[in-house]
Design a protein around this ligand. Structure first.
Ligand SMILES: Cc1cc2nc3c(=O)[nH]c(=O)nc-3n(C[C@H](O)[C@H](O)[C@H](O)COP(=O)(O)OP(=O)(O)OC[C@H]3O[C@@H](n4cnc5c(N)ncnc54)[C@H](O)[C@@H]3O)c2cc1C
Length: 392
């Protein structure tokens, strides 16, 4: 609740200056707050205490259920949604509460049944031509309105580029907390709280975060860190079509042009990754790319290798890069720093090549070769080529 004590206001304008969102209009001689995020900056700035913001008290017990944002891109559900449904189903089971989904877009209703098959008890669908373009403003307004209506206790969003931009806007509108980039989620069964774990302090510690006073408890979740839900075509659930009011569809942003990243360089979906680190050097990276081409693998890299310009940022694996989970991950000249490992440790098989037998990468590797990575790559390329020649 916001109260403006007009009799106290001297129209000094300090509140408008302090507002980081430009939401204060002083045209009438006293502040009018539009689309206020309730950050409280104006309250602190006002020397006459003419603005009072009383944060809405959430009644925790009235919140039930786990809501998953079913993000779509170009009319297709993005991969992380299936993982959120897998985790969402597990959390909802532990809470003994329903699992909901919310899907927005144009002509996307066909996916709603699929969401039910993947575990949703109720799938809310908002369809409109204006929702085809994924714009944070209408999406956040519509989802906020839905959350205020159905009151879930947990809300999960994929840590995609769009999800990372959308989730904080919704959290701010709802006045609740948000834990970004979670790698592990669970329920504290005694307190019925969402336990959210994510790397902190440069990945050197894993922080466990709870949100005891705000609802819903919001988390963004990285791609490829949680198990996908299993599809059951016989699963029963409800598909609920909704119409978003026109005022929620409005956006101050228009997308004029979109430039797509080269998907060929995207390591996230690769089944085999050959990754290189600082120990490989520029020439080693040339060999690495040749080897990757020979075996049909994608090239990944550690952060120093990207900083040296031997690989693109899109190829960086780790805390500040991509999280990958290929069938085989080959690491050449990578030490195995915690920030790198956090992005690839869920790979099915890890093979490490390092000249230092004490390199930490060997602690998580299934197979390790102690030796010079450049020499080993040269030999591997030779072997692959000669095997191919024999086959021909
Ligand atoms: C906030 C933060 C985020 C970060 N995010 C990331 C991230 O996303 N991804 C990432 O990778 N790092 C990240 N880092 C950096 C990380 O801490 C490490 O510095 C980095 O992973 C080390 O990269 P590296 O293993 O290639 O290099 P180094 O640590 O220098 O290791 C090189 C390795 O190569 C071996 N070697 C040298 N020569 C040879 C040879 N001829 N043959 C075989 N082995 C050889 C050495 O024994 C050594 O083990 C981050 C750091 C911070 C603080």
């Amino acid at each position: 609740m916001i109260e403006i004590k007009k009799e106290e206001c001297v129209s000094c304008g300090l509140c408008a200056k302090a507002c980081p969102f430009g939401s204060i209009d002083l045209a009438k001689g006293y502040p009018e707050l539009r689309e206020c995020r309730q950050c409280g900056a104006c309250v602190e700035a006002c020397p006459r205490k003419a603005i009072v913001i009383e944060l809405k008290k959430t009644t925790l017990t009235e919140h039930r259920g786990v809501l998953v944002f079913a993000e779509q891109r170009d009319g297709k559900l993005v991969e992380v949604v299936y993982e959120l449904l897998g985790k969402g189903r597990e959390l909802a089971g532990k809470l003994d509460e329903p699992l909901y989904c919310v899907l927005l877009g144009r002509d996307v209703e066909r996916h709603a049944k699929e969401l039910v098959g993947y575990g949703a008890d109720k799938a809310f669908v908002f369809e409109h031509p204006l929702l085809e373009e994924r714009l944070e403003e209408p999406y956040s307004k519509i989802i906020t309105a839905l959350i205020n209506e159905i009151k879930p206790s947990v809300f999960l969003v994929g840590a995609t580029d769009f999800g990372r931009s959308l989730a904080p806007r919704i959290a701010a509108r709802l006045g609740t907390g948000l834990t970004a980039d979670c790698t592990f989620l669970d329920i504290d069964s005694e307190k019925k709280l969402l336990v959210q774990t994510r790397p902190a302090f440069g990945g050197n510690i894993m922080a466990t975060i709870i949100c005891p006073n705000g609802r819903p408890q919001m988390a963004t979740v990285r791609y490829k860190v949680m198990k996908k839900a299993v599809y059951d075509p016989a699963r029963k659930g409800e598909v609920i079509k909704r119409v978003a009011p026109n005022e929620l569809l409005e956006s101050r942003v228009r997308i004029l042009k979109e430039t797509r990243r080269d998907q060929k360089e995207d390591v996230v979906s690769a089944e085999v990754i050959v990754a290189g680190g600082k120990g490989l050097g520029k020439e080693g990276f040339r060999l690495l790319k040749e080897f990757a081409k020979e075996i049909g693998a994608m090239v990944g890299a550690s952060r120093p290798a990207v900083e040296e310009g031997w690989a693109q940022y899109e190829q960086q694996v780790g805390l500040s890069g991509k999280t990958v989970s290929p069938k085989i991950y080959l690491a050449f000249g990578i030490s195995g720093a915690v920030q790198h490992v956090s992005g690839m440790e869920s790979s099915e098989v890890i093979i490490a090549v390092n000249k230092d037998p004490k390199a930490p990468i060997f602690d998580i590797a299934d197979f390790g070769i102690v030796g010079d990575a450049n020499e080993i790559l040269t030999e591997l390329i030779k072997q692959v080529k000669s095997t191919r020649r024999e086959c021909i």
